[in-house]
Write a protein that binds this ligand. Sequence first.
Ligand SMILES: [Ca+2]
Length: 304
Amino acid sequence: MRYISCLVLVLCGVGGGEGYGNGAPLEACVTMMPGHFGTSAQISPNPYSLVTPSQYVPGQSITVQITGADFQGFLIQARKIGTTTSIGVFTSLPSTVRTNDCPNTVARGANSATHNSQAVKRDLTLTWTPPTDAGHGTVEFVATVAEQKTVYWIGLKSSQLTEASTVPCPEGYGDDYGFGKCLYVHKRPLIYSEAEAYCQGMGGKIFQFDNGNDVNRIKAILEPASNNKNFGIWVGLTDEAEEGTFVWADDTPLVSGDFTDWAPQPYNRNSPRRNCVQMKRKFNWQWVVRSCRRAKNIFLCEPI
Ligand SMILES: [Ca+2]
């Protein structure tokens, strides 16, 4: 009976006063199932999503972000695909998060993360570190997210993360930004040609923000670090060679179906004098075309 009474109170107190406002108990480890008397999981479309890289490297940290609407409670694990076995540990957690040492795991430790208060959360970023040994295979993140005590969604899953081989980053590059890939962040703004030359000097190219996951990730990393509204990042996209024909930093053309995030008019005006695309904080990090020769932005390099 004790087990049952704990189980039905999983995530309870989120918005209430039953005493589980400090997170999901160990009884929720396998089912991840909150059960409140007289309530059940929402069947409407899940308003949350989990943003992750598409792969992980053994021993190298990545970030997972819970995005969407505001929420109060959650429970998240990385799991070996198709199993209830959790894997890896959560580290460097925000103050509103604590960990559980769940027994359904590859190795005991901080293998599950949950809320530790009823504080409202939004776009929460968590750092996850996989085991250092290779061979664990594809994983996915699984979460239960509670908007409030009686309103919650279960079974939220990330896309699958394949296991990549442990290849050390080239000199000057690191994998410590949670992208799951080797990158270098140049925090001093430069004009576009100088940025291109800098990355080339590192044996790389300007990092292309060609998907929403990477954009969300860099926002989460850089936004708290800057109050400057003019702060911007080169996207790695330009129509300098031929007006109106945009080309990525790897010389592939921008085609219909590619990810873009243009700012609305009148903020984004292309012209023969504006040829380089930047994400700008002032426009909620949406994309605008600016002068390659006058605008200065920070940028990321990636090895070729
Ligand atoms: Ca142009």
